[in-house]
Design a protein around this ligand. Structure first.
Ligand code: NDP
Length: 234
C-alpha cells in the first residue's frame, strides 16, 4: 500500500537514504530540504524545522501533492560540538532548537492529520552517543535523549488512535555529520563499537523502514539502536 511519507532534512545523508528506501517500497515520499535542491526524482518541499511557518507550509504542500502525511521521519539535525565551558548559549540553543523543537514542530503537524485518520507512523532520529554521553556534545546529547521522553509521552497520547512513535538511535554513520571527526576520536569510537566499523545511511534507513512499516504495528515508545553495538544495553 502506497503511503504519504514526509522525511525532514532529506536532501543528503541518512534522510536521503530513508527517502530512497521508502520510495523503493512504493510509498509517495516528500523530501524536506532546508537548503539546496531536492534530489532528482523526488517531490521536494522546502522546510526549515526551526521555523514554524515553514513547517506549516510544508505540511500543507505535502497534503496537497500526495495526501496528508501518514509516515513522518523527523530526521533533520545538526551538531555544534565544543566542550561545555567553551559552549555559549547560542550553540546550546541552536542544537535544541533544531534537534528537539524542530522534531516537536513536525510531529505536532503530522499528528493533526494522523489522529482523525486513526493511523500513522512517527520515527525520530536520536543518537546512540546521546544515550552514552559524549564529550563536547552536551547540547546534542541533551536534545537527542529528550526525544525519548517526548516519544514515550506521545506513544501514550496517540496509541489509542493506532499511531506509533519510535526512536532510531544510530551510532557512527558515514555522512557529512561525522566527516569532521578527528582520526583519533574516530579510532576511540571504533574501539567502543563491537562491529569495528562505521555504519552506512542505508543501514539506518533499513531500521527506519521497519519501524515505519505496517509490520511494526505493535511497536511503540521503543528505541532501536543501529550502532554496530556501541553503547549496547543503555
Ligand atoms: P547530515 O549532516 O548529513 O544531514 C543533516 C540534514 O539535516 C541535512 O539535510 C540538513 O539540511 C538538515 N537540516 C539541518 N538543519 C535543518 C533545519 N533547521 N531544518 C531542516 N533541515 C535541517 O546528517 P546525518 O544524515 O548524518 O544525520 C541525520 C540525522 O541522524 C540527524 O538528526 C543526526 O543527528 C542523526 N544522527 C546521525 C549520526 C551519524 O553518525 N551521522 C549518528 C546519530 C544520529 P542542509 O543540507 O540544509 O544543511
Amino acid at each position: 500500500m502506497s503511503r504519504s511519507v514526509f522525511v525532514t532534512g532529506a536532501n543528503r545523508g541518512i534522510g536521503l537514504a530513508v527517502a530512497r528506501a521508502m520510495a523503493a517500497d512504493g510509498d509517495r515520499v516528500a523530501v524536506g530540504h532546508r537548503s539546496g535542491e531536492p534530489p532528482e526524482g523526488f517531490f521536494g518541499v522546502r522546510c526549515d524545522v526551526t521555523d514554524q511557518a515553514s513547517v506549516t507550509e510544508a505540511f500543507e504542500l505535502v497534503a496537497k501533492e500526495q495526501g496528508p502525511v501518514e509516515v513522518l521521519v523527523a530526521n533533520a539535525g545538526i551538531t555544534r560540538d565544543t566542550l561545555m565551558l567553551r559552549m555559549g548559549d547560542e550553540a546550546f540553543e541552536e542544537v535544541l532548537e533544531t534537534n528537539l523543537m524542530g522534531a516537536f514542530r513536525t510531529v505536532r503537524a503530522a499528528a493533526g492529520a494522523m489522529l482523525p485518520a486513526r493511523r500513522g507512523r512517527i520515527v525520530l532520529l536520536s543518537s546512540a552517543l546521546g544515550f552514552l554521553g559524549s564529550p563536547g556534545q552536551t547540547n546534542y546529547a541533551a536534545a537527542k535523549t529528550a526525544l525519548l521522553g517526548m516519544a514515550r509521552s506521545l506513544a501514550w497520547e496517540l496509541g489509542s488512535r493506532g499511531v506509533t512513535v519510535n526512536l532510531v538511535a544510530p551510532g557512527i554513520i558515514d555522512t557529512d555529520m561525522t566527516s569532521a571527526l578527528s582520526d583519533r576520536r574516530m579510532a576511540d569510537l571504533m574501539r567502543m563499537t563491537p562491529l569495528g566499523r562505521t555504519g552506512t545511511p542505508e543501514e539506518v534507513a533499513a531500521a527506519v523502514r521497519f519501524l515505519a512499516s505496517e509490520s511494526a504495528g505493535y511497536v511503540t515508545g521503543a528505541v532501536l539502536p543501529v550502532g554496530g553495538g556501541i553503547g549496547m544495553g543503555l
